[in-house]
Ligand binder design. Structure first.
Ligand SMILES: Cc1cc2nc3c(=O)[nH]c(=O)nc-3n(C[C@H](O)[C@H](O)[C@H](O)COP(=O)(O)OP(=O)(O)OC[C@H]3O[C@@H](n4cnc5c(N)ncnc54)[C@H](O)[C@@H]3O)c2cc1C
Length: 386
């Protein structure tokens, strides 16, 4: 499929399968797996997986456009469909040859999901304090511990779990675990305020055993940081899609609502607000695409895995996530006022959009955490300042 073709496919999927059905997706019913099955039917499931593993190998610039379209329909659907990129990018850069062939090949063939488990209750964003331990036992790795949040784990084919070595607590491993491994238990699904078409779980491991070649090569915390570059840019693209939807909803409403004898769309205050939204959306899109191009350029290097180990978090990805999360939240807040009292009811989709977009400034690092990271990595070393 060429670029315009796959974007048309995504737009068609959104208009046929999502728009007008958001109320259903905003419930905490079972994860809408049938909907994801229909997305898989478009041929675009896991669209970024490299061609050598049977995937389409689309880059992150394409992914930004795809995710913005999906999120225009529903942010939870977008989140569920792109989040496996966090897992697959760690496996494809840092997994052994057999591991990659087995797990990525099967993921593409079976059009499935995978998940990453990093967060824990006690450690919070201080990931160096995680207490999910892994120990070597002969040819096996044995995992024990509890992960607080993990999206899609219950229906994933495999997981990458960030663990601490019991043999050397200063060492961290990223371990691939098939979903059906004995000792892996899904404790509960979280009741979340938004992104309700996604499903996030608490998960425990008790004496959970996998072959020792299931550890990825490299420090688990660093690999997670590298994996997060792509998904943080795509969280930003989700915020962009939600902001675009809000703008269009405001325009629809303004055509029917009258103020002082004229449609709201003729009101100078309304016009100014919509002009402001469009300016903000333009900058969000520009930043997402710029960050994606930087990511694609690094990913295309023959020494990408080594380069990324050296670089870690990508500055423009952090900037995209923070800027788009904050800006989309401002847009959602301003828009909810524009609907008057209806903006505070479930009659209008704006309440759902407001709840959905909140995640962008929380998941994969809240803004305080990311500001601290940007300060340490890109302000303190003067050479890295823009
Ligand atoms: C719907 C959903 C899906 C998720 N999916 C996944 C998943 O698939 N896999 C996964 O691993 N995790 C997942 N998470 C976890 C998510 O990434 C974290 O919740 C998020 O990064 C925030 O971390 P935390 O909950 O540990 O809170 P913390 O970051 O610990 O925050 C708690 C408080 O401490 C403050 N704080 C922490 N560090 C700093 C700092 N350095 N400077 C200043 N203030 C600080 C914060 O601002 C905040 O006020 C998911 C969460 C949700 C809600």
């Amino acid at each position: 499929m060429s670029d315009p073709e796959h974007l048309d496919t995504v737009r068609k999927f959104v208009s046929q399968e999502i728009l007008g059905r958001e109320t259903h997706l905003d419930s905490l019913a079972d994860a809408p797996l049938a909907l994801y099955e229909r997305f898989a039917g478009t041929g675009l499931m896991n669209w970024w997986v490299p061609e050598e593993h049977g995937g389409l190998g689309l880059g992150l610039e394409d992914s930004v456009r795809i995710v913005s379209e999906l999120a225009y329909g529903d942010a939870g659907v977008a989140f569920t469909l792109f989040l496996p990129i966090l897992t697959t990018s760690m496996v494809s850069w840092y997994g052994g040859t057999e591991l990659k062939e087995k797990y990525l090949g099967r993921l593409v063939a079976q059009r499935g999901f995978c998940a990453t488990l990093g967060s824990e209750h006690e450690a919070g964003s201080e990931l160096a304090k995680i207490s999910t331990m892994v120990r070597r036992d002969g040819e096996s790795l044995v995992l024990d511990g509890t992960k607080a949040f993990s999206t899609s784990t219950d229906f994933a084919q495999f997981l990458v779990v960030i663990t601490r070595s019991a043999d050397d607590p200063g060492q961290y491993l990223a371990v691939t675990v098939p979903r059906d491994t004995p000792g892996l238990r899904v404790d509960k699904r979280w009741d979340v305020i938004g992104l309700r078409a996604s499903a996030t779980y608490q998960v425990s491991f008790v004496d959970c055993r996998v072959p020792s070649d299931h550890a990825l090569n490299g420090n688990g915390l660093r690999l997670l940081e590298i994996g997060l570059n792509a998904s943080r840019i795509l969280i930003a693209a989700t915020a962009l899609g939600v902001a675009r939807r809000i703008r269009d909803l405001c325009m629809e409403y303004a055509r029917t609502k009258s103020l002082r004898g004229a449609p709201l769309v003729k009101d100078a205050v309304f016009v100014g607000r919509l002009g402001q939204f469009e300016m903000q959306i333009e900058v969000m899109a520009t930043q997402c695409l710029a960050a994606a191009r930087t990511y694609d350029a690094t990913a295309a290097r023959p020494d990408a895995a080594r380069t990324l180990l050296r670089q870690g978090a990508q500055k423009s990805a952090l900037a995209a996530k923070m800027f788009c999360g904050q800006t989309a939240w401002q847009i959602a807040s301003a828009a909810s006022e524009m609907f008057g009292g209806l903006g505070y009811t479930h009659e209008m989709p704006i309440g759902k959009l407001l709840r959905d977009v909140r995640h962008a400034s929380i998941i994969e690092g809240g803004d305080d955490v990311l500001r601290d990271l940007v300060f340490q990595r890109f302000v303190v070393p003067t050479a890295k300042r823009t």
